[in-house]
Design a protein around this ligand. Structure first.
Ligand SMILES: Cc1cc2nc3c(=O)[nH]c(=O)nc-3n(C[C@H](O)[C@H](O)[C@H](O)COP(=O)(O)OP(=O)(O)OC[C@H]3O[C@@H](n4cnc5c(N)ncnc54)[C@H](O)[C@@H]3O)c2cc1C
Length: 418
């Protein structure tokens, strides 16, 4: 009999299996796919943003979905432990902007292979192409794991690491939620997060700005009363359906929640193309440039301020004749231009689907999980880790960090209990 059965071979399940075996348990890892770590292998654009080197406080701040819960698992295994874990196994990591850590060879597969080697060395039994149908419970305790092929495996400890519902071809199809429900757990509402935002504004439908990237902007989500819900800085890109890029992904969950909360068909987004300058300073700058070159065409003078494509769109939007020269431009028009560059409005009507999202929001309620052990408060011997839980971070390595941390903690506690 296996002392610990881990269901799911993503980052959380792989780390849980390694940790349980390191702590002396006889472990079986089951995955329904033909390979382990399928999502991990495509993560970070194939480079795997394996963790983030920020201080604990900032780390938690970058986990908007129940980040505070992570204090306890991080006390057991945090970002620095993840770095040491991989470096100890001969995988050097490098730090990029905003604390993001990647393997030096930029290959996510190296991260997967390292974890696989580790669990093989620790003699974890691995079953692939083995889909779990359900978990059975008896007298408030886990009893067995039932496979789709009819096999029943008795055990005392089960770690559910089945992930969320995003990018289902990697095996994350939400299978763990009904098993949690069966034990009496609450599944908080599932929603797409870290997902591109959609809009049916005419300029989006006309694809007027499709493919245009804006660097170092500030994107704000505005509530129907005009108040800012959330602002994120970073880059964004216009697409054929709306907007994407890091700042948009970070704002996406606030769009999803605001559409629901205020029961409206669209939510206003504001792009500030010059976050370091006030509207007045920007206007003065524009005015100075225009005054210095009275004979030149306005678009040629302002090209240095922002991209020509953006300018041409703003011309149309503000009804400025495309051949207008600087001498013919009024204060008022330049003030309008400065205002639009500081507050470019997009109406978001939703996001792409949960299947197309990078991360699933919602999941097994953390209120029903012991944060020091990842043990269920509903059934003895039941543990959860990774994205199946109602925990989610921004892009930047925070989700894999949570998966590794909760996985390590669950594996350790499950092994110590046997
Ligand atoms: C394209 C993409 C890129 C990403 N890049 C990053 C990044 O660079 N950094 C970062 O921090 N986060 C990134 N994320 C998010 C991160 O990959 C996930 O949060 C993380 O993989 C979740 O890990 P997990 O172990 O909980 O679940 P998953 O990785 O989803 O793994 C779940 C596993 O469970 C198995 N399973 C499911 N149901 C069953 C069943 N019934 N029986 C047996 N096995 C089952 C699946 O086959 C799968 O292998 C990215 C996500 C995507 C989609």
């Amino acid at each position: 009999m296996y002392e610990v059965i881990v269901i799911g071979g993503g980052p959380s399940g792989l780390m849980a299996a390694a940790s349980a075996a390191e702590h002396g348990a006889k472990v079986l890892l089951i995955d329904k796919g033909n390979k382990l770590g399928r999502k991990l292998a495509i993560s970070g654009g194939g480079r795997c943003n394996v963790t983030n080197r920020m201080e604990r406080k900032q780390l938690i701040e970058h986990i908007p979905g129940n980040g505070k819960f992570m204090h306890s698992p991080f006390a057991t295994f945090d970002n620095e432990d993840i770095i040491q874990f991989f470096e100890g196994l001969g995988i050097q990591l490098k730090e990029e902007d905003r604390g993001r850590m990647f393997p030096v060879n930029d290959k996510a597969q190296t991260v997967v292979d390292t974890l696989l080697r580790r669990i093989q060395d620790l003699r974890v039994t691995i079953w692939t192409n083995a889909a779990v149908k359900t978990i059975d419970y008896l007298d408030g305790k886990v009893d067995s794991v039932k496979l789709m092929d009819g096999q029943v495996l008795k055990t005392k400890s089960i770690i559910v690491a089945t992930g969320g519902k995003s990018v289902p071809h990697t095996g994350s199809t939400g299978d763990g939620y009904p098993w949690a429900k069966k034990a009496g757990h609450t599944i908080t509402e599932l929603y797409p997060t870290e997902v591109p935002i959609t809009s049916d504004d005419p300029f989006i439908k006309k694809k007027a700005l499709q493919g245009l990237s804006l660097r170092d902007i500030e994107l704000s989500v505005i509530n129907p009363k005009g108040k800012i819900i959330k602002t994120h800085e970073g880059d964004m890109i216009f697409t054929h359906f709306g907007i994407s890029g890091p700042a948009s992904l970070r704002c996406s969950q606030y769009v999803v929640k605001a559409l629901k909360k205020f029961d409206v068909s669209s939510i206003e987004l504001r792009v500030d193309l010059f976050p370091g300058k006030s509207e007045e300073d920007l206007f003065q700058e524009l005015w100075k440039s225009v005054k210095a070159e009275p004979k030149k065409q306005l678009k040629n003078v302002l090209k240095v301020v922002t991209q020509e494509r953006m300018l041409l769109y703003l011309y149309e939007h503000l009804s400025i004749p495309s051949e207008a020269t600087c001498a013919n431009i009024s204060h008022e028009v330049l003030r309008q231009l400065a205002k639009t560059l500081k507050q470019f409005i997009i109406h978001a009507n939703g996001t792409l689907s949960i299947e197309k999202a990078f991360v699933t929001g919602g999941g097994v309620s953390v209120k029903e999980i012991e944060p020091k052990t990842m043990h269920s408060k509903k059934a003895e011997g039941l543990y959860f880790c990774g994205e199946v839980l109602d925990i989610h971070g921004y892009t930047g390595g925070y989700n894999i960090t949570c998966a590794f941390s909760t996985g390590y903690t669950a594996g350790k506690s499950a092994a110590e209990r046997v």
